[in-house]
Design a protein around this ligand. Structure first.
Ligand code: PLP
Ligand code: COI
Length: 339
């Protein structure tokens, strides 16, 4: 692709050449079907449309300096999709078929993988939805798995430049024993009021608190939260957040770099104790947080006063992205090369 402005890509949709679909019918998954259409035909009574039977994933393909295409921990996404499927009573998509679909879709859309050095990547979006007709509230007997790709820049504008966030007490994203740990569309619908409110007030994202007590940090819109204090990486333990694969990886990287790690409840007031704070996820990568405003207490927690990410955040960002783009050794066995 010659006419894409790779360095300035937003996190948006750009049409690519192909997507893949696979149908579950009569108790079994069919073959993978390659399509060049951006549309699907769906029954008007499909459970995805009425009752939110839909789950998705997000992972990326990275172009290396050596011209090799790398995927980061795709098995974790395959497993989490199966976990989400079970969470809303859908038929799981087999891990091996997920692998085949993801590798093939990257190969087929090779010309859309942003060049090394642009900071952009090819975002891979697998989704699974209930396509069978039901009017009563029950699981569908038929499912569709789809995977499409689109080239993207960083989710939060500015990449590694700090962004500001707003603590939200007016809306919840997910309840403690609800669907928060599943990557299902309904959680994102539930997050929209808070997200739009934060954007209208000039913030990059909302920070959700635990829905029950509103005492502890949950997560940052579409990313997990972390704070740094006393050379320790602290990240929330909660029953209502997504288990971020990026966060899991940062915990391992931190330990490897001699940084202590804690996964535990983080009371809102502890924001005053952190020297750095950030949001992490596939789309967000690592976004340092510049300021967090708590409207109820009228307090602003400030990090990155000089406009730059803190030293621990930067160290983690550099190490993670070096592994993903193939600039550092894959010492944890996280990378799969797409030939
Ligand atoms: N939290 C939410 C709500 C998300 O949508 C995402 C994105 O997938 C994350 C956290 C980060 O998860 P991961 O690192 O697996 O992409
Ligand atoms: C991701 O990080 O892959 C996400 O799914 C976040 C989002 C854009 C919903």
């Amino acid at each position: 692709m010659e006419n894409l402005d790779w360095k300035n890509l937003s996190f948006g949709y750009i049409k690519t050449d192909y997507n893949i679909r696979c149908f579950y019918k009569d108790g079994k998954w069919g073959e993978l079907i390659v399509s060049d259409s951006e549309y699907i035909d769906i029954h008007i009574a499909a459970t995805a449309l009425h009752y939110g039977q839909e789950a998705f994933e997000g992972l990326k393909a990275y172009m290396g300096k050596d011209g090799r295409i790398r995927l980061f921990r795709w098995e974790e996404n395959a497993r989490r999709l199966a976990y989400s499927a079970e969470g809303i009573k859908m038929e799981a998509f087999p891990v091996e078929k997920f692998r085949e679909a993801v590798f093939r879709i990257v190969q087929l859309n090779r010309r859309f993988i942003p060049p090394y050095g642009t900071g952009a990547t090819l975002y891979i979006r697998p989704l699974l939805l209930g396509s069978g007709a039901e009017v009563g509230v029950r699981p569908s007997a038929e499912y569709v798995f789809i995977v499409f790709v689109t080239p993207v820049g960083p989710y939060f504008k500015g990449g590694i430049r700090p962004v500001d966030m707003l603590i939200c007490r007016d809306y919840d994203r997910a309840a403690p024993k609800g669907t928060g740990t599943f990557k299902v569309g309904g959680n994102y619908a539930a997050s929209l009021r808070a997200g739009m409110d934060a954007k209208e007030k000039g913030y990059a994202s909302t920070i959700f608190l635990d829905a029950k007590e509103k005492k502890y940090i949950d997560e940052c819109g579409p990313a997990n939260f972390f704070g740094i204090r006393d050379n320790t990486y602290v990240t929330p333990k909660s029953e209502s957040i997504l288990k971020s694969i990026t966060n899991m990886s940062l915990i391992e990287l931190a330990q490897n770099l001699g940084i202590k790690t804690e996964r535990r409840q983080i009371p809102v007031e502890e924001l005053a104790e952190f020297s750095e704070a950030g949001a992490c996820g596939t789309a967000a990568v690592i976004s340092p947080i510049g300021k967090i405003f708590d409207p109820e207490r009228n307090i602003t927690y400030e990090y990155c006063r000089d406009g730059n990410p803190g030293p621990v955040t930067l160290k983690l960002y550099n190490k993670l992205t070096a592994i993903q783009f193939g600039d550092a050794d894959d010492e944890f066995g996280w990378i799969s090369v797409v030939e």
